[in-house]
Design a protein around this ligand. Structure first.
Ligand SMILES: C[S@@+](CC[C@H](N)C(=O)[O-])C[C@H]1O[C@@H](n2cnc3c(N)ncnc32)[C@H](O)[C@@H]1O
Length: 214
C-alpha cells in the first residue's frame, strides 16, 4: 500500500464521513458478545461499542491504518471517549476474504461501509458466515447501487474513476444479494438514500440485521 492509501485517503474519509456519527452509534449499539468488525479503517466505530459486548476484534488489511487506529484507541482510552476498557479491543491486520478465525467464533459481525471496498466480496461474505455463530447477527451499513435508473447509470459511469480515487471502493455493489447468497437471513433491512453521505452518488444505502440460521 502506498502513501495515498495509507495516509491521504483515511484523512479524506474522516472528513467525508464525519456526519455519520449517529448512524454509527445506532449500528454499533446493537452489537453483543464477541464481535468481529471487518475493515475497521481508522477505527471510527470503536468508541460506540457498549458493555453489551465482551471482546471486539477489529480487522483491517492495511498495516499503517491499523497502527493509526491503535494510536486513536489509546487516545480515546486516555480521554475517556471509550465506553469499554482498552483491553476489550484487539486490532489486527487482515482481509475479509480469508479470516484467521475458527468456525462459529463470533456473536456479532459488523460490516460498516466495507463490502464496497473488498475486492472479492462474495468470498468475504462466505467467510463472515463461516465465523459467525449460528443465531449470531451480521449488522450492516453499506452503500450500494441506486434503484433509480438515472443514478444507477451515473454510478456506472463514475465507477472506474471513483475506484481509483477511493482505492477500490465500488459504487455499484449489490451487497444485499451478496449477503443472501452467503446464507444470511434478513431480520431487518432498510434501503434508503442517506443525505449525510457525500458525494451524492454514494448515498444509496442498506442497513439492518441478518442472522446465520441455527
Ligand atoms: C470506506 S472504508 C470504511 C472504514 C470503516 N469501516 C468505516 O465505517 O468508516 C473501507 C475500508 O475497507 C478496507 N478494506 C479494503 N479491502 C478490504 C478487504 N479485502 N478486507 C477487509 N477490509 C478491506 C479498507 O482498507 C478501508 O479501511
Amino acid at each position: 500500500m502506498g502513501f495515498y492509501e495509507n495516509h491521504v485517503l483515511p484523512l479524506i474519509m474522516d472528513v467525508a464521513l464525519a456526519r455519520l456519527k449517529e448512524d454509527r452509534r445506532e449500528l454499533i449499539r446493537q452489537a453483543s458478545g464477541n464481535v468481529l468488525e471487518i475493515g475497521m479503517g481508522n477505527g471510527v466505530n470503536l468508541p460506540f461499542y457498549t458493555n453489551s459486548t465482551k471482546q471486539i476484534v477489529a480487522l483491517e488489511p492495511c498495516e499503517a491504518v491499523v497502527k493509526k487506529a491503535k494510536r486513536k484507541l489509546r487516545a480515546w482510552a486516555d480521554d475517556g471517549t471509550l465506553q469499554l476498557g482498552e483491553e476489550s479491543y484487539d486490532l489486527v491486520v487482515g482481509g475479509g476474504e480469508k479470516l484467521q478465525f475458527d468456525d462459529n467464533s463470533f456473536d456479532t459481525i459488523i460490516a460498516s461501509l466495507v463490502f464496497c471496498s473488498i475486492p472479492d466480496s462474495t468470498t468475504a461474505a462466505k467467510e463472515a458466515f463461516r465465523v459467525l455463530k449460528p443465531g449470531g447477527k451480521l449488522l450492516f451499513f453499506e452503500h450500494v447501487r441506486s434503484p433509480d435508473q438515472l443514478m444507477s447509470r451515473i454510478q456506472s459511469f463514475v465507477n472506474p474513476f471513483w475506484k481509483v480515487f477511493a482505492c477500490g471502493c465500488s459504487l455499484t455493489c449489490d451487497t444485499e444479494t451478496v449477503f443472501k447468497e452467503a446464507g444470511f437471513d434478513y431480520k431487518t433491512i432498510t434501503k434508503f438514500r442517506n443525505p449525510k453521505m457525500s458525494p451524492p452518488f454514494t448515498a444509496w444505502m442498506i442497513k439492518g440485521q441478518a442472522t446465520k440460521p441455527v
